[in-house]
Design a protein around this ligand. Structure first.
Ligand code: C2E
Ligand code: MG
Ligand code: MG
Length: 537
């Protein structure tokens, strides 16, 4: 049984002796594995383990010994290029199971260290790290080919050598480079002044790596993803740090560098969770629609509503569309969600028609870029309207200025042909010229709320007013969105707005809330109780 000892100076002497023995052996054999060196490294590992056990615990010691002993025993590897990833394979051509220990082909590259050595060094660095200001970071990188050109085995070897040369050219000789079983590079930088310095340094390594690598008949630019996990005062184990770095790499996009636990990393984890949740949300009926009234600036009457999607997340509460729509877009869920919303809004409109036959409310629906590109949308609107007994002409389809492209005109015309009106939403946020906008078959202009917010505020007011004047030049009815202050409302007439929407009048509300509002409004000529200055006659 191994016992804890209390002689750190003796430990140090033994460690130095072992390090020297190890270096001497490696030097003599030129890094080539032989039975002799295997035995010696094994012994060195066991004795080294004795030293370490006095500093930490026996479990750590066993891991260290196991690594030291096994690192020289795995069969030689031949690193070849397969598909687009630069991967390692065994001599028999079988990919290694990830996480397995590896011994490198002696020809692979003189700067490569085995993963076991690498982990042992990191373990040492963590043990050595005396204070929270010492920086130890596990860096992992993945280089992916960007061309489909087939590589010969010799070219693959050249590319691999070039990659490691590039990495090595940016590192100190004391720094460690190894390749994990699944072809990712692991770097350990010995002397680091600060976390920022390490990040900057590693960014420069990644940039160097991404530069095209010249092979005999072409060049290979690479996509490089990088992740760093920094040790904190509680980190005692190399495996933990590497696991954190590996997990972070899985969430890193090509060309990016992510830090474990950093804000981008946390945001990405959240996004990954939301992706899975959103698929369940559709299945479990967690989506809902809120309705925000739109008023006439002439009469102050409610003329209609805008349908706005909401997600009632079981643990996070209500999530707004600006958070979940981009995720839905990535998952290609927008067309289904859009049709679901149109059906829901048509059903609601039909119910309001039955409750208030004299109301003739309009229903504004937001159409995203993905829906606009869907040639089946016009037909779907007609079918849904027929099923719910409402005319398509009751709908206003809001298309954001930013989602309009050069090919949008025929798609907008197809939507118009259903009888629905088209509103150009978020006007003032795109950069289309007046001539281009005049070509677009749109019926209404909805000025973005950022523009409305600037209308009554000093410095930016002239910019806002020129955007509104541009909207006026299109000669279509204009809606002011996001009206919050009476001073904004007071300007609506001067700028020629026919319609207004915003918190000043009413927020988006649940269907029950909208029912109650309509009940109340129907008793007062369809006007809602808004501050006196809100409606300018
Ligand atoms: P949008 O179409 O410009 O919708 C107006 C947004 O401004 C809504 O946010 C609304 O709640 C908010 N808003 C209204 N009045 C005020 C105000 O006075 N002050 C402030 N600060 N905000 C106000 P919401 O519901 O978060 O929607 C954001 C965007 O998400 C929408 O912008 C629209 O582009 C998109 N969206 C919402 N629902 C859907 C949907 O069902 N389908 C699609 N494709 N997009 C949707
Ligand atoms: Mg809108
Ligand atoms: Mg808008």
């Amino acid at each position: 049984m191994l016992q804890r000892r209390n002689h750190p100076s003796l430990d140090l002497v033994i460690l130095m002796l072992l390090a020297w023995t190890h270096m001497a052996v490696t030097h003599v054999t030129g890094g080539v594995t032989t039975a002799g060196t295997m035995a010696m490294v094994g012994v060195a590992g066991v004795v080294g383990g004795l030293c370490i056990v006095s500093l930490v615990d026996q479990a750590r010691h066993r891991r260290y010994v196991a690594r030291a002993v096994t690192q020289r025993q795995a069969p030689p590897l031949l690193i070849v290029e397969e598909t687009k990833r630069v991967v390692q394979q065994t001599a028999a051509g079988q990919p290694r199971p990830s996480g397995g220990d590896t011994t490198l082909d002696p020809d692979a590259h003189p700067r490569l260290t085995s993963t076991s050595d690498h982990l042992a060094r990191l373990d040492h660095m963590l043990l050595r790290k005396p204070s929270s200001t010492d920086v130890v970071g596990a860096v992992t990188m993945e280089a992916t080919r960007t061309t489909d050109i087939a590589l010969s085995e010799a070219q693959a070897a050249d590319l691999r050598r070039s990659i490691i040369d590039r990495i090595a050219s940016r590192l100190d000789i004391a720094d460690t480079i190894s390749v994990s079983a699944n072809g990712r590079f692991m770097l350990l930088i010995e002397r680091v002044d600060s976390k920022t310095a390490l990040v900057d340094h590693i960014r420069s390594v990644a940039a160097e790596l991404a530069r095209p690598h010249v092979l005999d008949d072409h060049s290979e630019p690479l996509n490089v993803r990088t992740a760093i996990a920094f040790a904190d005062t509680r980190t005692r184990c190399a495996d933990t740090l590497w696991r954190q770095a590996r997990t972070t790499l899985g969430l890193t996009e090509a060309g990016d560098l992510e830090i474990f636990g950093g804000s981008t990393h946390t945001a990405r984890i959240e996004r990954t969770e939301l992706r899975a949740d959103l698929v369940r949300a559709l299945r479990d009926d967690q989506l809902d629609v809120d309705y925000q009234p739109v008023l006439s600036t002439q009469t102050g009457e409610i003329v209609g509503f805008e349908a706005l999607m909401r997600w009632h997340h079981p643990s996070r509460g209500v999530i707004g569309p600006t958070t979940f729509l981009p995720i839905a877009d990535e998952l290609n869920l927008i067309p289904d969600m859009g049709r679901w919303l149109i059906d829901k809004a048509a059903t609601q409109l039909r119910m309001w028609d039955l409750d208030h036959p004299d109301s003739e409310l309009t229903m504004a629906i937001n159409i995203s870029g993905a829906e606009l590109a869907d040639h089946g949308l016009a037909g779907a609107i007609e079918r849904i309207c027929a099923r719910r007994s409402v005319l398509p002409s009751r709908f206003i389809l809001e298309v954001s200025e930013r989602s309009i492209t050069d090919t949008s005109a025929p798609l907008l015309s197809a939507l118009s042909s259903t009888g629905a009106r088209i509103a150009l939403d978020d006007f003032g946020t795109g950069n289309r010229s007046l001539a281009e906008l005049q070509e677009m078959p749109v019926d209404m202009i909805k000025i973005d709320r950022a523009v409305i917010a600037s209308l009554d505020t000093g410095d930016n007011a002239h910019v806002a007013s020129s955007i509104v004047e541009l909207g006026e030049l299109l000669g279509k009815p204009m809606v002011a969105e996001g009206v919050e202050r009476p001073s904004q409302a007071a300007l609506l007439h001067r700028y020629g707005f026919q319609y207004a929407q915003g918190h000043l009048y009413a927020r988006a509300m649940s269907p029950n809330g909208a029912d109650a509002l309509l009940d109340q409004a129907s008793r007062q000529q369809w006007r809602i109780e808004a501050p006196a200055a809100a409606i300018v006659h």
